[in-house]
Design a protein around this ligand. Structure first.
Ligand SMILES: [Zn+2]
Ligand SMILES: [Zn+2]
Length: 429
């Protein structure tokens, strides 16, 4: 039996409405409790003075690229990047090669994650075979293999009929359908948001409506089936509004915002830098404000990165040739602090809720809380340390970040996984 005491930190656990300066105790792999523990002696004490102590962060939208594109990322490097960012659990998207569409494929992810021994990985299964959109994948087998949700992310499910059946099946398994909302006919050939900036730059745009018609469709299908729907990477004011009104009607829909969508706008494309190219694209300042409002009023209950690594030689191509997506695991915390905490949009407990218990609930995983008996995944955050983001230091295999060079505040100080200290910031860095 090993006892670890995390001493004197600000312990925040939104699942228990807990926010106080106290000790957190861990016994072996589990949380023992908080506060004074008479008669107990710890084998190890971590000083958390001035730090925030919270459940290990959960990023429910990550592309790990393995199998098939190991030049961009592997399960080992992606989970190493996760730990550095304070993230103890990731849900990985099924757009690998081959796609994660079978029980064996889900089991492979667990095996590789265990081998790497970094963060927990929870695989998300494909909705359709090979993500081709034509035929439902073997959902029962995927659930057997440990898939925690379903999506064809990277692509939308074009057929409304297949989406309807996916929602019906997932309801039987009590799993969420994660929807990448994009009308491919409206976005064809587009490299950025359609609007003033795309006109000014002479680049082909993708209208907000391309996202919103699909958000609208999927909400209608969730309402029809009673299924549980999660809208990935919400990027427009109109989508926030649709989700807000659906939730008011009692539809089982949750929304997710990505840090790049609530910090950057389509003006960034004036640089023609492909690190500002992703799907959905960066939108306008009004959309950024609507996302922040959605985060504040709870319409958007999850923050996730859509970590999408691409090897430098691919991302360096011309804007119209470069692949969509940016990495985000190692910049998640400081960018959220800069955009949400420092301006006072969210309190620390509100931010931590969107990074812990909310995604845990969407995925139905037993993580995201510091309740006694819970698995001891814990993140210590230094909220005040000032630093400059330097992509050369990333543990991800890829470097495609729009946040390189930003002067920021706060990082993960230490990360504990099932009671083991897996990451510790050394004093000099
Ligand atoms: Zn997507
Ligand atoms: Zn994605």
């Amino acid at each position: 039996m090993t006892i670890l005491r995390i001493a004197g930190g600000r312990v925040i656990d939104p699942a228990q409405h807990l926010d106080e300066v106290t000790d957190l105790w861990i016994r072996d792999e589990q949380i023992l409790g908080t506060g004074p523990q008479p008669e107990r002696e710890a084998e190890r004490v971590l000083d958390a003075t001035g730090k925030i102590v919270c459940p290990g962060l959960i990023d429910m939208h990550v592309h790990l690229r393995e199998p098939g594109r190991e030049e961009d990322e592997t399960i080992a490097t992606g989970t190493a990047a996760a730990l550095t960012g304070g993230v103890t659990s990731v849900a990985c998207m099924p757009n690998t090669e081959p796609a994660l569409d079978s029980q064996a494929a889900a089991e492979f992810v667990y095996l590789q994650a265990a081998r790497a021994g970094n963060a927990n990985v929870f695989p998300v299964g494909a909705i359709t075979k090979a993500r081709q959109g034509a035929e439902l994948a073997e959902m029962g087998g995927l659930v057997e293999g440990g898939a925690v949700a379903f999506t064809d992310d990277g692509s939308p499910v074009v057929s409304a009929e297949i989406m309807r059946r996916a929602l019906e099946y997932c309801r039987m398994f009590d799993k969420a359908v994660l929807s990448h909302c994009e009308d491919l006919e409206l976005t064809r050939g587009g490299v950025m948001n359609e609007g003033f900036e795309s006109m000014r730059l002479g680049l082909r745009g993708m209208p907000a409506a391309a996202e919103e018609v699909m958000v609208h469709r999927d909400i209608a299908l969730a309402e029809l089936t009673g299924g549980r729907l999660h809208i990935l990477h919400v990027s427009t004011a109109g989508s926030v509004d649709l989700i807000r009104r659906a939730r008011e009607r009692g539809v089982r829909v949750s929304g997710e915002a990505c840090p790049h969508h609530f910090t950057l706008t389509d003006r960034c494309l004036r640089t023609f830098d492909s690190n500002y190219k992703m799907a959905p694209p960066l939108r306008t300042q009004e959309d950024v404000q609507a996302l922040i409002e959605g985060l504040k009023d709870g319409t958007l209950e999850v923050i996730a990165t859509d970590h999408a690594p691409h090897a430098p030689e691919k991302k360096m191509r011309e804007l119209d040739q470069a692949p969509n997506g940016i990495i985000g695991l190692e910049t998640l915390l400081p960018v959220c602090i800069l955009a949400l905490i420092i301006p006072g949009h969210l309190t620390w407990p509100q931010l931590i809720e969107k990074l812990t218990i909310s995604p845990a609930r969407v995925l139905g995983i037993d993580r995201g809380t510091l309740r006694p008996g819970a698995v001891a995944d814990v993140t210590l955050i230094d909220p005040d340390v000032e630093w400059t983001i330097d992509a050369r230091h990333f543990r991800s295999k890829s470097r495609n970040s729009p946040f390189a060079g930003w002067k920021v505040r706060g990082w993960a100080h230490a990360v504990i996984l099932a009671g083991q200290v897996k990451f510790e910031r050394n004093a000099s860095h």
